[in-house]
Design a protein around this ligand. Sequence first.
Ligand SMILES: [Mn+2]
Length: 430
Amino acid sequence: MALTILATGDIHIGKKSSSIKRNAEEGATKYTWNRIIDYAIKNSVDVLALTGDIVDQDNRYFEAIGPLQSGFERLKQSNIAVYMVAGNHDFDVLTQLVDSERYDNVHLLGANGIWEIKMFSKGEEKIQFIGWSFPNRHVSEDPFLKFEMSEINPNITTIGLLHGDVGVADSKYAPIEFNNFMSHPVQAWILGHIHKPQILNNSEPIVYYPGSPHALSAKEYGVHGPILLTIQSQKDIQIEQIPLSPIRYESISVDITDKTDEASVRDAVTSQLFEDAQSKIVELDRVSFLIYDIILTGQHSRIRDLEIWISPIVDDYDQEIDSTGTRIYVRKILFDVQAKVENMQELAQESSPAGVLARTIIALQRGETTDFADNLLKEWKPVRDSIRESGTYQPLRTTERFELEQNKESKQYILKECNRILTELIEQQN
Ligand SMILES: [Mn+2]
């Protein structure tokens, strides 16, 4: 008989998904926690494995204690064991919330940053869980430097649970060098910290970030949910993702070249939205809110009007897909639209304001720059820095790479504005 493990991490109980307009219960991550418990019980899994950041922060104690304890209680009634490690968000609170006397089915591994092994058995079958928990909010050392696990029985299936940042050597959240996964008798490493699901290694050993089971922000696009491991033997472990997130984020590009009036722009956007949602319909069973970013592309001669025509979609659009219970919203419109100008090269020779804009557009598109763009960037930098130092953006990031990213972002913004203003100038002249 196979053993089954439902595995997930980064639930962040206490948090809500961004950009949910209605105050819907599905927006809160505890909703998905309850779904995970329901799924585990209904499908009689043997173990629920949790890879840290189950609770958003230690100040979420009161918010987390109810859902967590009732979940543990229900799992106990159904004879389902829980094995887990703590992450950087719940290094403190998870140990407080796990009352081992009340829930003898719940096991925290590797408290205080000391690797630990625990055996799960069901009849004749056994699994070893090994794991390491965050001892503090920040850990700048690879947890494998302190790995000592002489007790691993190489003849028993071994599952590793770990929270950390694979391949990011200067991370403050447990930097892990990938090769470390290869040198131990472990068949599957299930990881936490990264919210986007990622398979780092397919087999021998499996190395897998299940990602957050509940999509929290637009960066976490695509299907989200826990993973189900079916263990036939040490050599035969199947993994499948179970889409349980009630929220899904997506983005689409819509080319608005030739859509010259309001009606045709609206129609292009709404019909493509609906088409894209339709194409995903088999994956939307448990999705209540499908939230889009729309990127407008192409060339247009009235970019300012375009913005006026399409912006209300963010507040007003609320469409159900064919009475499936899934609603489509739009979170944001992004403009990647070029000014439609017949004689851009000629215009760029002029000394007029339109000429300056045309020259700057051509230069920025080529990855070059002009005095006009450079002066804007120069004036911009102190404003940007003061915003960053105002405390909203903590912790401060001042690395060179970050500066470069910021510069690139600023240039993209200047390019976008030059395109918009150029079409306005030309419109006025006509
Ligand atoms: Mn984390």
